[in-house]
Design a protein around this ligand. Sequence first.
Ligand code: FES
Length: 92
Amino acid sequence: MNLDDEICYCYHVPMRKLINYAKRVKPQRHSQMTECLGAGTGCGWCIPFLVKIATDPDAFAESELSAEEYAAQRTVYRSTGAEKNTFKASEA
Ligand code: FES
């Protein structure tokens, strides 16, 4: 993925915004990432990725996952009706 790829599809928040936010704010709680343009407050798909960015912004930028793979995984998440991702579950 590159910096201009969207991490939160629901609110169209690109990785660059999230990484810059995490570096600037240094969130004390992962759920603070929602304060960056509402990321994570829709379907919940991106929450585990927001947690990774909050924890180590530089590491996630080097992710091997392609934008196409990321989008395909979200499609599966949305179609299975699985339990919605939450920050609480990601922090457990
Ligand atoms: S993709 Fe981020 S909340 Fe849906």
